[in-house]
Write a protein that binds this ligand. Structure first.
Ligand code: HPA
Length: 252
């Protein structure tokens, strides 16, 4: 069956740390997509959820084998686009910098500062490709952000609308001084995978929004001298459990 025989994909979800498959996806089929940019993080799984066709891709691979700086963001977005997705939600684990963005809080940010380096940040970065200067004043698609926020509220999830996502290189966590600088810069959250994903989505003219799951207070922002990786994953698991409920509301 070709893609054109299938109903359109209503929404694509890129799962981050802690979200490696999409529970509740019915009639699921797996799609391994050849992209001009090399392999995606894994198969795209397409199936039905809450009566809609959903595509799911695990950003770090289904067994979490790809660190943030080695994710092939271009291939991932290309794969989703080529399968017909036009609206994408990136689910991202983050650290909270702002006081009200503590563990297990969910945030739908509205701005980004990019501190990453050495990643392939554009589809133009290929010999002979047309150079495209995208407007990125508003890095996320506002209508999709608002739908996500409304859905989270309808699902009775503690959610904060707005905030600046600072994207760091990883895979290590940041120093206190780095987070203090990010705070001065205006960052509210810190994560390792928000960029270049958002910019690449814009280049492909995909609608894109981020659902940021706070796993910990960023370095120097909480009471603890050190950040426990076990705690990060425990908080992340709790926040991740809310994701299907939020998406279900969004699809209604
Ligand atoms: N820093 C960067 N990325 C993260 C963090 C953090 O503290 N927590 C979860 N993802």
């Amino acid at each position: 069956m070709t893609n054109s025989d299938q109903p359109p994909i209503h929404l694509a979800v890129i799962g981050g740390s802690g979200l490696y498959n999409f529970a509740g996806l019915e009639n699921a089929t797996r799609h391994s997509v050849d992209t001009p940019y090399g392999p995606a993080s894994g198969d795209v799984v397409i199936g039905d959820f809450a009566g809609r066709r959903i595509a799911f891709l695990a950003r770090h691979g289904e067994s979490h084998t790809l660190p943030p700086h080695r994710v092939n963001y271009r291939a991932n977005l290309w794969a989703l686009h080529s399968l017909g997705a036009r609206r994408v939600i990136g689910v991202n684990a983050v650290g909270g910098i702002r006081g009200d963005m503590g563990p297990r809080v969910i945030v739908v940010p509205d701005q980004i500062i990019d501190y990453t380096h050495g990643r392939s940040t554009s589809f133009c970065d290929v010999e002979g490709a047309e150079v495209k200067h995208i407007d990125f004043s508003e890095p996320y698609t506002e209508s999709l952000r608002l739908q996500l926020l409304a859905a989270a509220r309808a699902a009775n999830v503690e959610v904060i609308g707005g905030g600046c996502y600072g994207a760091t290189q990883g895979p290590r966590l940041e120093t206190r001084a780095e987070i203090a600088r990010m705070k001065r810069d205006g960052c509210d959250l810190v994560g390792m995978t928000g960029m270049p994903e958002a910019a690449l989505a814009r280049e492909l003219e995909l609608e894109y929004a981020c659902l940021a799951l706070v796993a910990n207070f960023a370095a120097g922002c909480g009471d603890e001298a050190e950040i426990s990786i076990e705690e990060i994953f425990a908080h992340l698991a709790a926040a991740t459990a809310e994701v299907p409920r939020i998406l279900e509301k969004m699809l209604q």
